[in-house]
Design a binder for this molecule. Structure first.
Ligand SMILES: Nc1nc2c(c(=O)[nH]1)N[C@H]1C(S)=C(S)[C@@H](COP(=O)(O)O)O[C@H]1N2
Ligand SMILES: [Mo]
Length: 416
């Protein structure tokens, strides 16, 4: 038996690294040293506990709005239609179509407040009885160097909701936004192509309207009662407090983020993130290092780290990358998932075996770790990078900041 590694020991709900045969076969990568617990008399202070699912209130919050929609209370919340009873979703055609486009979009059955047929939460939950999807996804902002959190998201595919509107004509794009204090200046909107909304390729994950996170109703803070979740994208496509969908014949993305110099089509990037390290480390002691890695659109082959002497001279061995360990899938998913949820029901898992179809799961994150040994006194810098399934090492293949922040992270420390 292997003794537990630090993050396995710390992860209360049993995210074990020594788990299944599948993981062992897939990730029999060579490790540096053995477990720090077995060797170190005074192990460096471990990182904070990191459960596989981030509790809803522990996600980093990057919400906009004045006041923040999730700070509203009482009657203001009812007026904003942000309670489960008052939530409504309108689906209409573009109220101000691009005049350069002659053929305007039409829907046979728009859903509107005025007509009294806007979608409400009971109707969405009813649709969920037949079409509900569940999946594990890391939320990550295109502009922030740490993942915001990872959850089990549940809801109804956007395509099933759009089908309520009958016949579509001249529709090339789907625009959507959420509550923004009824102030046009605060509007934060996003969009998908018609095909992205309607034609989910086999094995891919659909855009969906989420109403549950980690087995609980989606909280107001996380964008409830209902938010859009776009599995393959950075957070800016996953609009919170969803209230409006507009179908248009405009072929252009209208995303608010695009106006802030971001690529509105940038998919979630494969990227490794580094935990902080102590400023000073005793010489001769194994140093556990690690962090998180997100498997983005191009998948994850491995995580590597590189250690360099800060006082290295030109010609010294540099850029030596060593493969790190990845946490294996939990041996017992029921201890990780909310009560009553079976991994067989989750997209991205084999419905027969209940095992993940890929590891890490697409668009999710896992912890990586390594143990650095035999450190001599001096100043060091540690970097980590992900290598995707096409062999591109971070920051490639999209080193352009605005296609998704993907810079190499480095931590400096001193061995004394
Ligand atoms: N209505 C609305 N939705 C929004 C935003 C916003 O400002 N308003 N921010 C987006 C951005 S940029 C990100 S990164 C994610 C963050 O999701 P989270 O707060 O659940 O972590 O929400 C997205 N959805
Ligand atoms: Mo973001």
């Amino acid at each position: 038996m292997n003794p537990p590694t630090p993050s396995a020991a710390l992860t209360r709900r049993g995210f074990v690294r020594t788990g299944s045969a599948l993981a062992a076969a897939a990730f029999a990568s060579e490790l540096v040293g053995t477990t720090p617990a077995a060797e170190s008399t005074t192990p460096p202070k471990p990182a904070a506990p990191r459960p596989f699912l981030t509790p809803a209130d522990k996600f980093r919050d990057v919400s906009r709005g004045k006041p923040l929609p999730h700070s509203l209370k009482g009657d203001a919340l009812i007026q904003a239609r942000l309670t489960p009873e008052t939530w409504r979703l309108e689906i209409t055609t573009d109220p101000a179509p691009n005049p350069a486009i002659k053929d305007v979009a039409s829907l046979s059955t728009p859903l509107t407040l005025a007509d009294g047929n806007a979608l409400d939460l009971p109707a969405l939950l009813e649709l969920g009885k037949k079409h509900e999807v569940k999946f594990l996804k890391a939320m990550q902002c295109l502009n922030i160097p740490q993942p915001l959190g990872q959850g089990l998201w549940e809801g109804v595919p956007l395509r099933e909701v759009l089908r309520l509107c009958g016949q579509f004509r001249n529709v090339r794009r789907i625009y959507y936004w959420g509550y923004h204090n009824d102030d046009p200046k605060q509007l934060f909107q996003s969009s998908l192509s018609y095909s992205q909304a309607m034609e989910t390729p086999p094995g891919e994950l659909p855009a969906f309207l989420a109403y549950r996170l980690n087995g609980e109703p989606l909280s107001l803070t996380r964008g409830g009662p209902v938010r859009m979740v776009i599995p393959w994208a950075h957070g800016f496509k996953s609009i919170k407090w969803l209230q409006r969908i507009v179908v248009t014949n405009d072929y252009r993305a209208n995303d608010t983020y695009a106006e802030q110099n971001n690529d509105p089509e940038a998919p979630l990037k494969t990227a490794a993130y580094l935990d902080s390290l102590p400023a000073k480390v005793p010489a001769g002691q194994p140093l556990p290092v690690g962090g998180l890695v997100i498997s983005g659109l191009s998948g994850l082959q491995r995580v590597e780290y590189s250690l360099s002497r800060n006082d290295a001279k030109p010609g010294d061995a540099a850029d030596q990358w060593t493969e790190a360990r990845l946490d294996a899938p939990p041996a017992d998913w029921t201890s990780v998932l909310p009560p009553g949820v079976s991994p067989r029901q989750i997209l991205g898992f084999n419905p027969k075996t209940g095992q993940p179809a890929t590891w890490p799961l697409r668009y999710s994150m896992v912890a990586w770790s390594a143990t650095v040994k035999d450190l001599k006194p001096g100043k060091y810098a540690l970097s980590a990078r992900a290598v995707d399934l096409n062999g591109f090492a971070q920051p490639e293949p999209r080193p352009i900041q605005k296609a998704g922040r993907n810079s190499l992270e480095t931590r400096e420390f001193e061995v004394v």
